[in-house]
Design a protein around this ligand. Structure first.
Ligand SMILES: O=C(O)[C@H](O)[C@@H](O)[C@H](O)[C@H](O)COP(=O)(O)O
Length: 223
């Protein structure tokens, strides 16, 4: 793992957006289409605000969430809503969005269809992840039922998790899919997450799921 520290959160957002735009451009030189997985939550918004203006062939970029909360797509808690309203605007409005959601009560009902839409776009070209202070990434939460299956090397593309700490079921890309990304970035803000990351390095993925994706990843941090 490579750790990059920034003087403040604004600089981090600008620099990470530039870095991601450069990586997407390079990937587009080698392939007709590229895939870009991004997290929800509060951290990525300012990165999206800068990245959406990048001058690249967005119409050849497939954007997908790393995980989704099973709420209506117009809910404030929907990662799809965050991504479509804050990243897929400006120049990036030309990108294709691959939702991890459908209007069914249970995510299990549509998992095969969602997986079939994603499969042609793997491995992920570029991956951006957030991390919780509990050391979860995407929706791989410590102690959640089904975590071991989602961390397994032969896990399918998607898993459903129902973490006790969260108000709704989640759909998440599994560890092998996240780990298989050709480029991996994790963005963390604040002292608590930095300490959690240090602690995670001595733990196993079932206690600290972030460790499942740390190898070869660049972690970007600002206080
Ligand atoms: O839907 C989600 O919640 C995420 O994709 C999740 O993995 C997120 O990246 C972390 O929870 C960090 O969230 P914050 O950025 O809000 O701290």
């Amino acid at each position: 793992m490579n750790l990059v520290e920034y003087a403040d959160r604004d600089l981090l957002a600008m620099d990470v957006a530039n870095l991601l735009a450069g990586e997407l451009k390079s990937a587009l030189l080698a392939r007709d289409t590229v895939s870009f997985a991004v997290p929800g939550g509060t951290t990525p918004g300012p990165i999206f605000d800068a990245l959406c203006a990048a001058n690249l062939d967005w119409d050849r970029v497939y954007v997908l969430p790393t995980d989704e909360r099973w709420v209506p797509q117009d809910s404030e808690r929907s990662n799809g809503r965050l991504i479509t309203s804050r990243l897929l605007v400006n120049r990036a409005a030309a990108a294709q969005f691959l939702p991890l959601h459908a209007d069914t009560e249970n995510p299990e009902d549509v998992l095969p269809e969602l997986e079939a839409q994603i499969a042609p776009h793997l491995p992920l070209s570029v991956l951006l992840l957030g991390m919780g202070a509990d050391m979860h990434v995407a929706s791989l939460f410590p102690g959640a039922p089904g975590l071991a299956e989602a961390l397994a090397p032969d896990a399918p593309i998607l898993a459903v998790t129902r973490p006790a700490s969260q108000p709704e079921p989640r759909v998440t890309l599994t560890a092998p899919v996240l780990n298989g990304a050709l480029s991996k970035h994790i963005v963390i803000l604040g002292k608590d997450k930095r300490e959690a990351l240090e602690k995670a390095r001595f733990l196993e993925p079932d206690e600290a799921p972030v460790t499942a994706v740390l190898s070869g990843a660049t972690v970007h941090w600002a206080e």
